[in-house]
Design a protein around this ligand. Structure first.
Ligand code: C2O
Ligand code: CU
Length: 471
């Protein structure tokens, strides 16, 4: 949801940015000395009865991540207590490029024990998140919620609950990637046994030990106390490295009211797709008679699941367990097709359409954009003020959740059909499908544009959209 910042606010913001640019980065850091502390650190959680060493991001009050109010500047002092080099990206916000948290493109990696200050005008509300953009640290749970509320208290009498999903492995993610590159991993093992190879239909290329919902498995789920007849808003973040998920409200129905932080005309269902890195805000009502109501998340193609329990006081809470009765189907675009954004982009002609081929995924596990593993290469350039359409054509056998940094976009086409779709920052492009997005070039810089499947991204499915000076 975009907020109209008053002209004064905007000018003040610009003036501050100009001042920072003028005095270099140290000035921005000096200003952030008293900013809320955000600490990246190691922590231990319990998974399947075993201790697991993971990372985390703790903000004010020692809570994971950060919350701010729309209209506030985003201010944080990121401190690196991980013992490794890291850098954190604010997924869903549109900061100036040098504060976007991508190594090489934004700023150098943050050394162990060091800190960086962040301070920028934020115009976006909604459910977002933050995560490491270095190596495979995201697989080690170096991620947290980033919630921008529109009002201090909910407008409705409702309970707000943030839900973060992860896929989890006890293995070193570097080992997982090495195995994928050597032709091993799930595409040689488990997945093939389910009849999946490199043809359309291969859904998961990594075998995980667990799926986590707010750091817990369904064998020992989080129990959220809710009120009989009460309204609940779930802010669900798919922070999994490599798993597209289904949200399953089991017996209940809910209204999907926002995707990637942007309001949509509500869609009622009990099942919603949520690709890697996407967010879904779902509003539901607890039945008057009360009880215990599971909220389940199931990775596509698997019978595994995770979830939590919404329970009224005194309700009997049955055990559910991490094994679902049935295998979840693959995510497709039938739901995406029905979404309609509440917010509108200004009425303007399209300057140019760029075609982007999503490529690779052979036995060597090299992925790419337009046929090359591009990483920091420019996939196309834009000029400030242009309106761009990017037609993403997936030539591979796997689905790719494509994410553009620094902007949000509107989904305007699926296959050959034009749609008046959702505003997003991440959209799933299933095997052999074409998805067209439209965005306005209004945030100069060099921006990452990549598949958010961590192993695809780290194997070449990443490039940049670079601004050139208007002629
Ligand atoms: Cu969620 Cu390149 O980021
Ligand atoms: Cu991908």
């Amino acid at each position: 949801m975009m907020q109209k910042i008053g002209r004064r606010g905007l000018l003040r913001g610009l003036a501050a940015t100009a001042a920072i640019a003028g005095f270099g980065r140290s000035m921005a850091q000096a200003q952030a000395v008293d900013a809320p502390l955000l600490r990246a650190a190691s922590r231990t959680i319990e998974v399947n009865g075993r201790a697991a060493k993971v990372f985390g991001l703790l903000g004010p009050g020692n809570k994971p991540g950060m919350e701010l109010l729309l209209g506030d500047r985003f201010r944080a002092r990121l401190e690196n207590g991980t013992g490794m080099e890291t850098l954190i990206h604010w997924h869903g916000l549109a900061p100036p490029t040098e504060q976007d948290g991508v190594p090489m493109l934004s700023q150098p990696v943050l050394r162990p024990g060091a800190s960086y200050g962040y301070d920028f005008v934020n115009t976006r509300s909604g459910t977002h998140w933050m995560h490491s953009h270095v190596g495979l640290q995201e697989q080690q749970l170096l991620a947290a919620p980033l919630i921008v509320r529109e009002t201090e208290k909910p407008v409705f009498d409702e309970q707000d609950h943030v839900v973060m999903l992860h896929d989890f492995s006890f293995r070193d993610p570097a080992e997982i990637l090495a195995e994928l590159k050597s032709g091993g991993g799930a595409h040689a093992g488990h997945a093939n046994m389910q009849g999946m190879d490199n043809m359309p239909g291969r859904l998961n290329d990594v075998v995980f030990d667990a799926y986590l919902c707010n750091d817990r498995t369904l064998d020992d789920p989080e129990i959220v106390t809710v009120e009989k007849g009460g309204q609940v808003r779930l802010r669900i973040i798919n922070a999994a490295a490599a798993s597209n998920m289904w949200i399953d409200l089991a017996g209940l129905e809910g209204d999907l009211i926002a995707v990637d932080g942007n309001a949509v005309h509500p869609v009622r269902s009990s099942r919603f797709p949520l690709a890697i890195a996407q967010r879904a805000d779902i509003r539901l009502r607890i039945p008057r008679e009360g009880g215990a109501f599971p909220v389940l998340f199931q990775p596509e193609g698997l019978a595994a699941r995770t979830g939590l329990m919404l329970a009224t006081v005194g309700a009997q809470i049955g055990k559910i367990g991490s094994g679902a009765a049935t295998t979840a189907s693959a995510l497709d675009l039938s739901f995406e097709r029905t979404l309609r954004a509440v917010g509108k982009l200004p009425d303007e002609p399209v300057t140019r359409t760029e075609v982007l081929l999503l490529t690779g995924g052979g036995a060597d596990y090299v992925w790419g954009l337009n046929g090359k593993p591009s990483m920091h290469d420019t996939v196309f350039t834009v000029k400030q003020g242009e309106r761009i359409e990017a037609m993403m054509r997936n030539t591979t056998g796997m689905a790719h959740p494509m994410h553009l940094h620094g902007h949000y976009f509107k989904v305007v086409g699926i296959g050959n059909t034009r749609i008046d779709g959702a505003l997003r920052d991440t959209v799933l492009v299933p095997p052999l499908e074409t998805v067209t997005i439209m965005f306005d070039a209004g945030n100069p810089g060099t921006w990452a544009f990549h598949c958010h499947h961590l192993y695809h991204m780290n194997s070449g499915m990443m490039g940049t959209v670079a601004y050139t000076r208007a002629a």
